[in-house]
Design a protein around this ligand. Structure first.
Ligand SMILES: [Zn+2]
Length: 263
């Protein structure tokens, strides 16, 4: 039985290089502290759909760097869910700014998808065996974890091109070298850990895992088979027809990183 770590990173946890990098990502993210002091913050998260403009001085949050092609963030016609901007790649001319700051924008698109944006939106007793990891591709928590991995101070995962592997189907088929450099690999391991807390895991059968199946770690007692103390596990999962509505899993998505002027 393969662990989630091995299913995602294709190497055993005993591989020190991979294991240490993964642990570094988790530890750095968990050590981040929230502040409302904009100037001192190293990471700023906006949910303003990228208030951008090509022209300076019109009051928008940032102006796009004219010499950086392909950085349209949430304005991009491809299905960008969020984007990380690394200001430090550009000279910092503003004296009242933190020169190390990096900015994550979460696009409106993330909140308008049919599937829940947050894992907490799934009922406490959700039977995830009726869902798949592919159904959760666009979870906001997954997207944020992905973006955090792009941050220089986290693990500085490369990004910013159309070929960046996003979504479970891509993650499941990466080889060890590519998995090691894919932000979504780290994000899905994080999702797996959260599922573990709910008594679920990525299917231990590799074929089932590849299509994103989820299984119980310890199956619940059913009323018809359990004793008098057995609990009823109602399922509030998505019905087959609802799942069809959620069948957006094959579309291409993009959580990209680009260089731009940010404020
Ligand atoms: Zn990315």
């Amino acid at each position: 039985m393969a662990s989630a770590f091995k299913q995602i990173f294709k190497v055993d946890k005993s591989n020190q290089g991979t294991y240490n990098k993964v642990m570094a990502a988790f530890h750095t993210i968990s050590a981040m502290t929230q502040t409302n002091d904009r100037k001192s913050s190293d990471v700023r998260i906006y949910c303003d759909n990228d208030a951008t403009d090509d022209k300076p001085g019109d009051g928008k949050r940032w102006q796009r760097a004219p010499d950086v092609p392909g950085s349209r963030g949430c304005q991009d016609p491809v299905e960008t869910l969020a984007q990380t901007y690394k200001y430090k790649d550009r000279p910092d001319e503003a004296t009242d700014q933190n020169p190390d700051r990096e900015v994550i924008t979460v696009c409106d698109r993330t909140f308008s998808l049919p599937a829940p944006a947050l894992l907490s939106a799934y009922p406490e007793r959700e039977d995830f065996t009726k869902d798949t990891l592919v159904d959760m591709d666009d979870l906001l928590s997954l997207t944020l974890f992905h973006e955090f991995c792009h941050l220089t101070k986290v693990i500085n995962i490369p990004g910013g091109n159309e070929g960046e592997p996003n979504g479970w189907y891509r993650v499941a088929t990466l080889d060890a070298a590519d998995a090691f450099d894919a932000a979504d690999s780290f994000a899905f391991l994080g999702l797996s850990a959260i599922l573990n807390q709910r008594n679920f895991r990525i299917a231990s059968d590799d074929k089932k895992a590849k299509v994103g199946e989820i299984e119980w770690i310890t199956p619940p007692e059913r009323p018809e088979t359990g004793g008098s103390k057995s609990k009823r596990f109602s399922t509030f999962g998505t019905s087959a027809s609802e799942k069809l509505k959620h069948a957006f899993s094959f579309k291409t998505r993009s959580r990209r990183r680009a260089v731009a002027f940010t404020t």
